[in-house]
Design a protein around this ligand. Structure first.
Ligand code: NAI
Ligand code: MG
Length: 362
């Protein structure tokens, strides 16, 4: 019997639309598998909530969330609320307070989905983005407001422990999954304090590690070019918060776009709940039309189930997604079709049902 308590935060825009489909898949799995007991609680924390209450989530939100096994998040962002408010009052407090220091993003080419690159196939790597400190640290300020000498400082904070933890997570993943090489994104020729520190501790971790993993350190500007020129050469990429953020979106674009890209904010020790969310935002340009691709959200649910000890269900969902894409009968507009968000959700459920959930020991 598997019990999982999931906090669901649909958020804004297409977040709400794609979440509906992920919950549809979750309910479908539960109906067909009596060993699966999932309790979901939906929280309305969003820009609408902010406009009503003056904050993105209530005072005790983190205490409430702490009681859950995992968080399934949609997306936030609304023109009526500044983006730094939505991000820093909702996503960042969850990532940082729950020590979700790994941002895990798989980048994998899919049959039936054309890459913008000539080498569109055989792309299969993962990005481990440091998710709790680095360039996205709330440290800095501004002085001499509105005067000619007005100035600002934004600090990057890197800690030895922070680097050790993300590199350890990347190495553990590499060892478990038969990978032989770690690529570290750096810029220590120009950012000579923090990035040299990064290089030093990444190198030390690899030298000390039990597995024999090859380490390559590549300057970020060259690395983005290599992502385009030879993406099939990468296995596990480890990067600081900012570099990892940018590389992840580039990675998504290489294999079919944001509508297909899931992510996991992990607390590997499981001291706190981890949070699973699509890479994309609230997509105001298509919100309300019912045409968003729900795959990134459904895939994020699959990662959640895998992290909660049900890798069989993760495989089942990913297999269903891959089959729907390969057959190509149901496609949303972002991948060249006309299907609605709900039709894509239905197609994935139907594919799961063909795989006969209950006889897989699920
Ligand atoms: P975005 O990811 O929302 O949209 C970028 C483009 O991709 C748009 O053309 C959109 O229509 C398309 N797109 C995204 N997801 C799609 C899907 N599932 N199916 C089909 N097309 C899809 O990024 P953008 O436009 O930079 O930001 C919009 C808002 O979202 C902003 O307020 C931003 O702050 C927020 N945002 C929130 C994130 C989060 O909640 N984690 C992440 C990124 C942005
Ligand atoms: Mg991003």
């Amino acid at each position: 019997m598997t019990h999982i308590k999931i906090a669901v935060i649909p958020g804004d825009g297409i977040g709400k639309e794609v979440m509906e489909q992920a919950l549809k898949v979750l309910n479908f799995l539960q109906e067909h598998d009596s060993s699966l007991q999932i309790e979901t609680t939906i929280f309305p924390w969003s820009s609408d909530y902010y406009l009503k209450h003056g904050r993105m989530m209530p005072d005790n939100a983190l205490n409430i969330l702490k009681e859950f096994d995992a968080i399934l998040f949609g997306a936030i962002g609304d023109a009526r609320v500044p983006d730094d408010v939505t991000v820093w009052e909702l996503i960042m407090p969850i990532r940082k307070s729950f020590q979700q220091y790994v941002n895990f993003r798989p980048i994998k080419s899919l049959a039936g989905i054309a890459s913008p690159l000539a080498i569109g196939r055989d792309i299969d790597f993962v990005i481990f983005r440091e998710n709790a400190e680095g360039e996205y640290s709330d440290s800095g300020g501004r002085i001499y407001h509105n005067q000619p000498q007005e100035m600002t400082i934004q600090n990057t904070i890197m800690t030895r422990i922070g680097i050790e933890k993300i590199v350890q997570a990347a190495c553990d993943y590499a060892s478990k999954n038969g990978k032989t090489k770690i690529t570290s994104a750096t810029k220590s020729n120009a950012i000579i304090h923090s990035m040299k520190f990064w290089d030093e501790h990444v190198r030390r971790m690899l030298e000390q590690g039990s597995a024999t993993l090859e380490l390559e350190s590549i300057y970020i500007d060259a690395l983005v070019a290599y992502f385009v020129e030879r993406p099939q050469d990468f296995q596990v990429v480890v990067a600081s918060n900012l570099f990892g953020d940018i590389l992840s979106d580039l990675g998504s674009a290489l294999v079919g776009g944001l509508g297909l890209s899931p992510s996991a904010n992990l607390n590997p020790e499981k001291d706190f709940p981890s949070m699973f969310e699509p890479v994309h935002g609230s997509a105001p340009d298509i919100a309300g039309k019912g045409i968003a691709n729900p795959i990134a959200q459904i895939w994020s649910l699959a990662l959640l189930l895998g992290h909660s000890g049900r890798s069989d269900l993760e495989e089942l969902i990913v297999h269903a997604i891959e089959t729907v894409l390969r057959e190509g009968n149901v496609r949303t507009a972002d991948i060249g079709g006309q299907a609605t968000t709900a039709q894509m959700g239905d197609a994935i459920c139907q594919e799961i049902s063909k795989m006969n959930v209950s006889t897989r020991g699920v």
